[in-house]
Design a protein around this ligand. Structure first.
Ligand code: AMP
Length: 193
């Protein structure tokens, strides 16, 4: 039995942080489209060069590119007991493509964990992360666009999963360890079910 979970929420909500903490514990593989794109940029590929400009502006990279990367990485990890999707899907088209890919494997999205953090706290986190990690899209200007893109294209994906009764909302304003404890409690229940 496989188990597939999506970490959903605005930029800097803590999706990547939580995904990395739980991935080894449950034998799940984290698939972060943001990390994949940053790897392409670091390698200096054509795709990376095209993506960098879009990412630095805070806009969304094309559905075709991110869906292709997810498909490749699912194939490359046949040993995984399931996947943690982090930063994907971010549009309705991506959500539908993901469903199709999972259906072909006889799988589905078992759980969507929505991390809720208010905008002010997100901006503060971004300023801190800019100093710590030096990400070129962690600027106040890019962040404003990223939040707009989240509201315009990504937040609308949530009702799609709510209709499947797959969504659990978590208060992402709390300290990392407290959020992890809640995530683990939910996973323990759901994976066992
Ligand atoms: P993240 O690390 O998830 O915050 O992603 C950083 C940037 O990569 C985003 O602001 C987008 O420009 C791009 N990106 C990451 N994932 C996606 C996605 N699923 N769809 C479109 N663009 C994405």
């Amino acid at each position: 039995m496989s188990f597939n979970v999506i970490f959903f929420g605005p930029p800097a909500a803590g999706k990547g942080t939580q995904a990395k903490i739980i991935e080894t514990k449950y034998g799940l593989k984290q698939l972060s489209t943001g990390d994949m794109l940053r790897a392409q940029i670091a390698e200096g590929t054509t795709l990376g060069k095209q993506a960098k400009e879009i990412m630095d502006a805070g806009k969304l990279v094309s559905d075709e590119i991110v869906i292709g990367m997810i498909a490749d990485n699912m194939e490359k990890n046949p040993q995984a007991k399931g996947f943690i999707f982090d930063g994907f899907p971010r549009t309705n088209t991506q959500a539908q493509a993901l469903d199709t890919m999972l259906k072909e494997r006889g799988e589905k999205i078992n759980l969507v964990l929505e991390l809720q953090v208010d905008d002010e706290a997100l901006l503060e986190r971004i300023k801190k992360r800019a100093i710590e990690e030096g990400r070129s899209d962690d600027t106040v200007d890019a962040m404003k666009v990223r939040l707009e893109q989240y509201r315009d294209y990504s937040a609308v994906v949530l009702p799609y999963y709510q209709a499947q009764e797959a969504v659990i909302t978590i208060d992402g304003m709390r300290p990392v360890e407290e959020v992890t404890m809640q995530v683990e409690a939910i996973l323990a229940d759901d994976i066992a079910a």
